[in-house]
Design a protein around this ligand. Structure first.
Ligand SMILES: Cc1cc2nc3c(=O)[nH]c(=O)nc-3n(C[C@H](O)[C@H](O)[C@H](O)COP(=O)(O)O)c2cc1C
Length: 337
């Protein structure tokens, strides 16, 4: 799959997720085989005002490339300026958020609010397109009504403005993240488009990737919540796309990935900042293993990276022991992951 000049080895993309897809998480995702990772949404206003916290979200390293940087805002000039900053800081692709349904974002006429205003969409995309030389993509929702007319309209505008690919998350604004994503809208957008269309929504297992590609004809698949605590979903999906059978993740692989993630988080945020994120993120990595509740209770008490690592190692030693004395029920619980 190609997005403008950026060639992806596999049509698999990690979604932007606020508070989650920071540099450490993206490094882990990349290492499991994901072709393209995306930053969380970054405020265009914050970037142009050189806000320190906003700038931190742009930190990157060569090993995670190609990198897509997602920006949000509503003023065409500010968005163009922010896109240039993203390009200068190492983005390979700039993505514009047309889908966020959060009240705070809608209040500023950004995110999915833009889908109501086609002429503003056109001006905004034209200005950003003119300002940057790297590929430009957008990510949108169904829109404000279930008909999908707003998504079809925005896909046409995007293509006319020189956008290189469109991601469709087919949930309405009112749905937020609940209910089912209506994949039939991905197929409808694909039908009217000549640029790559990326489908998103409800990918939880490798089989879902294949199903979305086949059912909708989309060119690429973007995974969001399915990769939380399960970065291996990318590698397993690639295996399936190559015609193989995805293997279960061993306990050792799981432990090593978590420990690398801890290292990356401490490197990126320092001890105290990292621990706050790790307490929230790590329970997801063991959620279907035995005694995961105990792991969660212990990890929320951790105060340093070293304590986090000790808890992780002790937990996996215990689980390994359980496995070696395993009953068929325990083995199958572990194999599921
Ligand atoms: C915690 C959280 C944060 C998110 N942050 C962003 C974001 O920054 N930008 C964006 O375009 N979408 C964001 N999304 C939406 C996801 O990228 C994705 O479109 C949505 O979760 C549907 O995919 P899924 O069903 O695979 O989770 C977020 C979703 C969640 C749950």
């Amino acid at each position: 799959m190609k997005i403008g000049s950026v060639k992806l080895d596999y049509p698999l993309i990690m979604a932007p997720m606020a508070g989650i897809t920071d540099l450490p998480f993206r490094r882990i995702i990349k290492e499991t085989g994901c072709a393209l990772v995306t930053t969380e949404m970054i405020s265009a206003n914050g970037l142009v005002q050189h806000n320190k916290k906003t700038g931190f979200l742009l930190r990157t390293m060569p090993s995670e490339r190609p990198l897509s940087v997602q920006i949000f805002g509503s003023n065409p000039g500010t968005m163009a300026e922010a896109a240039v900053i993203a390009q200068e800081k190492g983005a390979d692709i700039v993505d514009i958020n047309f889908g966020c349904p959060a009240r705070k974002i809608l209040k500023n006429a950004s995110g999915s609010s833009l889908m109501r205003d086609p002429s503003l969409c056109r001006r905004l995309l034209a200005e950003v397109r003119k300002a940057i030389s790297i590929p430009l993509t957008i990510k949108m929702r169904t829109g404000w009504t279930p008909s999908g007319e707003e998504a079809l309209r925005l896909a046409r505008i995007a293509e006319e403005c020189g956008v290189d690919a469109v991601t469709v998350h087919p949930r309405t604004v009112a749905q937020k993240f609940g209910g089912r994503a209506d994949w039939s809208l991905i197929a409808r957008v694909k039908e009217i488009s000549s640029i790559p269309i990326i489908g998103n929504g409800d990918i939880r297992a490798p089989g879902d990737v294949l199903k979305m590609l086949t059912e909708t004809g989309c060119d690429g698949v973007m995974i969001a919540r399915g990769a939380l605590g399960n970065p291996w979903l990318f590698g397993q999906s690639i295996e399936l796309l190559k015609g193989g059978s995805p293997l279960p993740i061993t306990l050792d692989e799981r432990k090593k990935t978590i420990l690398r993630y801890v290292d990356y988080a401490v490197e990126h945020r320092g001890e105290s900042g990292a621990v706050l994120i790790l307490r929230r993120m790590l329970p997801g990595f063991v959620k279907s293993l035995p005694e995961c509740g105990r792991f969660r209770r212990e990890i929320v008490q951790a105060k340093t990276g070293k304590q986090v690592c000790d808890i992780v190692c002790a937990y996996f030693a215990f689980t390994q022991l359980l496995l070696s004395r395993s009953t068929p029920e325990i083995t199958s619980a572990i194999d599921v992951c």
